[in-house]
Design a protein around this ligand. Structure first.
Ligand SMILES: Cc1cc2nc3c(=O)[nH]c(=O)nc-3n(C[C@H](O)[C@H](O)[C@H](O)COP(=O)(O)OP(=O)(O)OC[C@H]3O[C@@H](n4cnc5c(N)ncnc54)[C@H](O)[C@@H]3O)c2cc1C
Length: 389
């Protein structure tokens, strides 16, 4: 079977590397629009759930050790108010078998993309899809020089090209998106004075600051705030004054950790990454089971439990296992993948949505946060972190 992978972010690179390593009989070719692996410094920081660590360990993936080397363990989940009032401080060892990881996005990409580089063609941005005389799929790429290129035909194409997947759009139309009313900015800063160690969230009404320390004196800071409507974040909200109004306590003063975050927010307003939370319908396969969708291309996750990259890792390992075990056809790969992943993805999606309740306009932040240290939320979290196929 000849498999083409579109996109070598988290899911695509891990899928391609695992298949290349474990199943030499499969012919695998990956494509990405970036120029090469070394030059990508994109992104901020992210936390990877203990369930992805468990999946990598059980899959015998050598990338795990490299990821551990360039990350810090994620062991706790603190929720407080921006005036410093502590609400919960969850020890992840109560709900998971091992810690998660706190990592720079560029380091995660570098480790995973290095493992798949041998089968990857860079500077290939998917533009369109054709079929050859035998009905096999022929992706059409555009290079940065504007040239259109075809790299042969494939029995199965894997859409791993992220939230704005061109392949999904071509084979299934633009995904319907739901906007729950949350805007977010994200920032990676180098600051040796970071007063926050592990994963901490700080609420003021339904607005939330989030931060954790990363290797090399770096820190990740994110702010989420109520944002009605759809479309990009309006310019009038992209100022220190507008953002401070969301996060400064209504009475009393901000805690030292929150002051530190707000000062950095003020200084780095121009280099922030802004986004609006959106939910898209899950699609596992398309085009008569000739296109398999993984990661954000298939299902974007809400931001609270660090499950975006985490589920992309679970997807990639499950798909590589199925595709590597001599299935007779691409149809069987898609069918077996959906049977294995459908319920798990639906569960993770539901739980990340539930865990994001306190960011929803009007939600009771104190009650919603305290509920995260009680049943049934803890049992759900245990299932998320431990129940890895
Ligand atoms: C700012 C931000 C912060 C986040 N923080 C977290 C977090 O803390 N924890 C967490 O688990 N998740 C987090 N996520 C989500 C997480 O990054 C994604 O869920 C994860 O990267 C999805 O992996 P993926 O492989 O599906 O897609 P991606 O990692 O996005 O990879 C997509 C790949 O496709 C390539 N590509 C795109 N279009 C084309 C095309 N037309 N042709 C060829 N190649 C193409 C891209 O270059 C890229 O390499 C965050 C997301 C954002 C935006």
């Amino acid at each position: 079977m000849r498999i083409g992978v579109i996109g070598t972010g988290v899911a695509g690179s891990l899928f391609a590397a695992t298949l290349m390593r474990n199943s030499p009989a499969v012919s695998i070719h990956a494509f990405d629009r970036i120029a090469d692996n070394g030059r990508d410094e994109a992104g901020t920081g992210l936390n990877i759930g203990p369930n992805a660590v468990k999946a990598l360990r059980r899959g015998g993936c050598r990338e795990l050790q490299e990821l551990v080397t360039v990350s810090l363990p994620w062991r706790r989940w603190l929720i407080a108010l921006t005036d410093g009032t502590k609400l919960i401080d969850l020890d992840l060892s109560d709900v998971a078998e091992e810690p998660g990881l706190r990592i720079r996005w560029s380091h995660l990409y570098h480790v995973l993309r290095s493992a798949s580089a041998a089968c990857t063609h860079y500077d290939r941005s998917l533009e369109a899809l054709e079929q050859d005389a035998e009905g096999r799929l022929v992706p059409v790429f555009r290079t940065s020089a504007g040239e259109l290129i075809r790299e042969g035909s494939f029995d199965l194409l894997v859409a791993a090209d992220g939230r704005y997947s061109r392949l999904r759009e071509v084979v299934d139309g633009p995904p319907r998106a739901v906007y729950p009313g949350i805007g977010t900015w994200r920032l990676l800063v180098r600051d040796s004075q970071c007063p926050i160690d592990d994963y901490g969230q700080y609420f003021c009404g339904n607005a939330r600051l989030l931060s954790f320390r990363l290797p090399g004196d770096y820190a990740y800071i994110a702010g989420s705030f109520p944002l009605a409507g759809s479309g990009s974040v309006p310019r009038y909200l992209k100022t220190p004054q507008a953002q401070r109004r969301f996060f400064e306590p209504r009475s009393g003063s901000a805690s030292p950790a929150v002051k530190w975050m707000l000062n950095l927010m003020d200084r780095h307003m121009d280099s922030m990454n802004w986004a609006r939370t959106q939910e898209i319908e899950t699609v596992h396969h398309a085009l008569d089971r000739r296109v398999l969708l993984l990661g954000d291309a298939a299902h974007a996750m809400y931001q609270t439990l660090g499950q975006g990259a985490t589920q992309a890792i679970e997807d990639a390992l499950a798909a590589a296992h199925i595709a590597g075990n001599a299935p007779a056809s691409q149809d069987q790969v898609c069918t077996a993948y959906e049977a294995k992943r459908r319920d798990r993805i639906a569960f993770a999606k539901r739980l990340t949505r539930e865990a994001t309740d306190t960011l929803m306009p009007g939600a009771d932040v104190i009650a919603g946060s305290l509920a995260k240290a009680r049943e049934p939320f803890l049992s759900n979290l245990r299932q998320l972190y431990a129940d890895v196929a």
